[in-house]
Each structure stands twice: as structure tokens, then as C-alpha cells.
Design a protein around this ligand. Sequence first.
Ligand code: LLP
Length: 429
Amino acid sequence: MTSTTVATEPLFCPEIAGFDVSELAKKYGTPTYVYDAAQIIRQLDRLRAFDVIRYAQKANSNLAILALMRRQGVVVDAVSVGEMYRAHRAGYPFTTAAGLPPPIVYTADIFDREALEWVDRHRIHPNLGSPDMIDQFGQRCPGRPVTLRINPGFGHGHSQKTNTGGPSSKHGIWHEQLEECLRLAERYRLPVVGLHMHIGSGTDFEHLAQVCEAMERMARRVGPQLTTISAGGGLPTPYRADDIEIDIDRYFELWNATRRRLEQALGHSLTLEIEPGRYPVAQAGYLIAEIRAIKTMGNNLFYLVDAGFNNLARPILYGAYHPMAIATKDFSQQSETVEVVVGGPLCESGDIFTQTDGGTVVRRRLPPARVGDYLVIGGAGAYGFVMGSNYNSKTMAAEVLLQQGADYLVRNREPVEDLCRLEMIPTNY
Ligand code: LLP
């Protein structure tokens, strides 16, 4: 145990969107993810200046969240057959008439064989991230419009692991190969109608702003066949109380100016897309867990809860910080806090929610708690449930959506029997 952090977030979280946390926990059990629909809609509304909001569903692809997005007029990005399937199950058509934004775009750096089959059969618009993808798509679907994802040669993310640009990244077509790729597309008569750049996740304004300039240069080279430019995702959201909110209006103005200059150069109008994953959902999601043991190890006090990195992997993967609070209405001890390490149930020492990048365990100030109290982990709506696993044969958490005063179970807690559903013991064993 080395350093100490001082929390500035609220220490108590008795309610989420007007719902009593303890009641939610009793009704649905723990660990449970809870999403506040109104917060998702508020975040989407901040992005309305962009012509098209394309939700990167990898952040949270529960069917109810996707259906909410659809009702909000948001289209989706899909990075796998599973995500294309989910989008369709949530009511998105695979394709629409030309001229409208494709309801689903498949974005990747490879086509696995099944994905190529789906994109072909369902006429899903592809965003191609490698010359081989152009080749494979061109051979199979000549003449169909495509988008190219370009790696502009630089990137930035909240962690090295979420930087998706520059020479160490596997994502996109290297900017110096654009001409070559345009020729390849031409060989198969694939109109390059879209250009896309995404330099990283959880980056900052300065880095995001550099993309405009790169986009302008590349788009001029693609020429008048272009109808859409995509700013990608990557918008940061605050996790700590003192994290600053990105100035979306200023960001839009930069992109809009880029778009207008390109429209002048190309001689026709261009659609401007944004592709956020984290931004609409991160702050809308909470993971509710129960404190099941409190123990001391040397100088350290541990709160051990029934959720672990099988439920929320961001701390162990990136040293990500998530706000935490105790779900009690008893504010009598509000000024009193203790320094604690918060861990989960897994049989692995890295199963700690309070750690920094590289795995250094740190303490957090939380109110004194008792076994049986509930812990609420905030900022968990993006890359929370979707990065969950069955490690230690733990079952996946339940998911609940709160919308207009009602609570909806949107995913059952995984039954233990399902863990072995696809397994078999050879009969002659
Ligand atoms: N578009 C593309 C092509 C992407 O690769 C991503 C994220 C997004 C959009 C959405 O990025 P966002 O707006 O959410 O930053 N698991 C990590 C994040 C990995 C993001 C991967 N790609 C985390 O928990 O922070």
C-alpha cells in the first residue's frame, strides 16, 4: 500500500434517479447494473448539432439501451456479427434507402468470414480499416459504397491501451496509403462515400481538435465522391469530481467549419457524423454491490464487495478511477470518513477497485460502513457490463433500466446453470 487519494465525490448515494438504492438491491439482488435513461437522453441532446449521432454500442449494447437509442433517432456502429445482430434485435433495419445515414455501420480492421457474410447478405455499410478489407469486400460486393477509416498518424487516449492512432495502433488505414487504397477501391468500383477517423477513447479537446485538420487534408484527396465525414468517438466524460467537461459546442464548431470548407472544395453538401460510445452512457450507469466483509490487513482496512473485475474491469485494466459511495440514508456520520481499499470476491489479488495504472493499490475515503451496506460504483454505464466475464465461474450481473419513474429489468442475472450450457463431457470418458 503506497499512496492515498482523497475523494471529492458525494460519499452517500441513497438514490438513483429517485429510486431507493437499497430497495433496488433487495428487489434485483447484487451485483446489479442500473442505468438512468434520462441521463442518457440529456447527454445525447448535447450532441444534437451533429447531423448524425452514431452510437458506438461497444460501450453498452444491452438491447434496451439500443432500443432507447433508436427511439432517440440515433444510429449505431457495430464491430462484430454479435453487434450487428443486437442492433437488428433492437429494431434497427440492416439498411435503408440511399441518401439516408446507414442504420448500422460495420467498423473493423478485419472481416472475419462470418462478418463478411453478414455485411454482404444484409447489405450493411462497411467502414474499412485495412487494405485487405477493401480487397475482400471489393471481390465479394463490387460496386457498393464504402467508408474508409484512416489512421491519421497520431492518436491519444485516457490510457495507452485506448489510443487508436499512430504507428503503434492496429486501427485504420495508414494515412500515407490513402491513394493506394483509393485505387484499390476504384478497381472494384467501390465509391468511397465516407471518411472516418477515431484517434482514441477518453482523449482531450486538444487531441480531438487535431483530427479536423487531418480529415480536411484526406477528404480533399478523396474528392467529390465523398458524402459523409465522421469525427469518430473518444469524447471524454468526467469520472472524478474535478474532471472538466468537454466543451461540445466548441468541438462542433471546429468540425462544422471543417465541413463547410470541404463543402466549398467538393461542391456539394456533406453529412457530419459523431460516433460516441462512452459519452452518452458512462455517467448514466451505476454498479450496485453489497459489502460482504470488512477486514484489516496491517494498516489497511478492506471493504470486500460481491462485485469484482468480472463485473467491472476498468480499474484492473486501466487503473481507471470510478466514484464510489455508500447507499445509506443515515447522514449522521457524514463528516466522518475512513480510508479503505475496495476489493471484490475473485480469487486474484488484482481484484481491487481502488488501484492506479500499473496495479498500485490505493486507498479511498468512504464513510464507515457495515457488512450488508450497499456500495454504489458510478461512471459504470460505459465499458462496464460489456467487458464483464465469467472468470471464477461467476455469473453475469443483472441490468436494470430506470425510465420515467419505472424500473425495468433489462437483463436477468445469469443463472448458474447457464455456465455449463455449451459444455459437454466426452461420453467415453
Ligand atoms: N469508434 C470507434 C471506431 C472506436 O474504436 C471506439 C472505441 C469508439 C468509437 C467509441 O469511443 P468512446 O466514445 O467510447 O471513447 N474499454 C475502454 C474503451 C475502449 C474503446 C475502444 N473503441 C474503456 O473502458 O475506457
